[in-house]
Design a protein around this ligand. Structure first.
Ligand SMILES: Cc1ncc(COP(=O)(O)O)c(C=O)c1O
Length: 415
């Protein structure tokens, strides 16, 4: 009898074979948090009828939303809605196929041309989500013998893409150019190198030191990939993001973006040299083996892009609100991470206090996301400003936060 036959019959006889689902039944963290009254996830929002700008509906309450990535307040903009509605009536609700085969619409091709021009690149390609774009691009572009040099604080989609690749990965300390240069120095001459960073970091809201990164990457013959998920619409003269803001858009080799933040939809894209985009279109498995983005989502993103390029006053207002909020919070003793983007992170070191704080804010009608380690280097109350917010909203948020933090005994250091 072969060894495998022996073990399979032993398995058949054994009544105590372990169950693949055992870990799920033993996974009690959500229940524990619920029991402690600290569970903050999967809140169910309802239709926005009757809501004012900046508000959403949670059950029978209207809640001030300070947790959305709809930075320019475009997901209910009439032009975005009109474009999506028209597209669905003209093209149907889905594409029922991969882009490679039957799933390419003129809408995809037109938007890709606009995105390429927006990012000052030769070509662009749209993916089903931003996560898919990062995962697909990193795993397809790099191979054994290559190296990826990554900022320490990268989004999970970039981390997963890097993990999927057989290339060597080195991480430099967050935004630390000296450490970055040491990583470059350690690459043997034959290694082909891709440097990966976010333009605006998703949790901390700070901007990458892109000028330094580009300069060093050029010196060491490396290519640069920038995820502009949180920069698009918010930074830059035309709203193209952190690379444009810092004057290095044309020097960066690949720009990745998502439609799920300022672009009021869902989807993602990669923009770069034509040969790179063409390579991804034919070899990136999450692109080739997945259905294309529905017409309504593409049209909504296209309409949002038009507004981003033509209404700079939206990002000017947004940045004014974020600046005001940062100053008000600091003056009341909250520890706010440095930054100049729409993301205003307040450090609340203790996890339980942070969850309690978010729960208490929600009870007062304000929604804010808690970010717990390891999603960020430290526990954060990640306040997300949008163009829908007013100075009165900032005042309400700050005074409520002050009241609730004091009630919970969260330390502040007012000036
Ligand atoms: C920096 C960054 N990259 C990529 C993504 C993924 O984008 P999407 O939501 O379109 O999948 C996110 C989303 O949170 C992000 O913050």
């Amino acid at each position: 009898m072969s060894a495998s036959a022996t073990s399979s019959s032993a398995r058949k006889k054994s009544s105590g074979s372990s169950d693949i689902f055992e870990k799920c039944r033993n996974f009690t963290r959500p229940t524990d948090l619920r029991d402690a009254g600290l569970y903050m996830y999967f809140e169910v929002f309802e239709e926005r009828k009757g809501c004012e700008p900046g508000e959403v509906r949670l059950g029978n309450r209207k809640v001030l939303m300070f947790g959305s990535n709809d930075y320019l307040d475009l997901i209910t903009h009439p032009k975005v809605l009109e474009a999506a509605t028209l597209a669905i009536s003209q093209y149907g609700s889905g594409c029922s196929g991969s882009r490679l085969l039957n799933g390419t619409l003129d809408l995809h091709v037109n938007l890709e041309q606009k995105l390429a021009a927006f990012m000052k690149k030769e070509a662009a390609v749209i993916f089903g989500t931003g996560f898919q774009a990062n995962y697909a691009a990193l795993s397809a572009l790099t191979e054994k013998g290559d190296a990826m040099i990554c900022d320490h604080n990268l989004h999970a989609s970039l981390v997963e893409g890097a993990l999927r690749s057989p290339a060597r990965t080195a991480r430099f300390r967050h935004n630390d150019l000296d450490h970055f240069e040491r990583c470059l120095e350690n690459c043997p001459p034959q290694e082909k190198v891709l440097v990966i960073t976010e333009g605006v970091f998703s949790m901390e809201g700070d901007i990458a030191n892109l000028r330094g990164i580009v300069k060093l990457a050029k010196m060491y013959g490396a290519r640069v990939y920038v995820d502009e998920a949180h920069g698009i619409g918010v930074l830059g003269e035309n709203g193209a993001g952190a690379c444009e803001h810092l004057g290095v858009l044309e020097d960066v080799d690949i720009v990745m973006g998502t439609f799920s933040k300022s672009m009021a939809s869902v989807g993602g894209f990669i923009a770069g040299e034509r040969s790179v985009v063409d390579y991804l279109k034919h070899t990136a498995r999450p692109f080739v083996f997945s259905a294309s983005l529905p017409a309504a989502s593409v049209a909504a993103a296209g309409a949002a892009l038009h507004i981003i390029q033509n209404e700079p006053e939206r990002r000017q207002h947004l940045l004014h609100i974020a600046r005001l909020l940062r100053g008000e919070l600091r003056s009341r003793g909250f520890v706010v991470l440095d930054g100049e983007t729409a993301i205003v992170p307040v450090v609340i070191q203790d996890e339980v206090s942070l969850c309690r704080l978010c729960k208490a804010l929600l009870a007062e009608g304000i929604y804010i996301n808690p970010v717990l380690r390891p999603a960020a280097a430290q526990n954060l109350l990640r306040i997300s400003c949008t163009a829908a917010h007013s100075e009165a909203h900032v005042e309400r948020l700050v005074s409520t936060l002050e009241k609730v933090a004091d009630k919970l005994g969260i330390e502040r250091n007012p000036s």
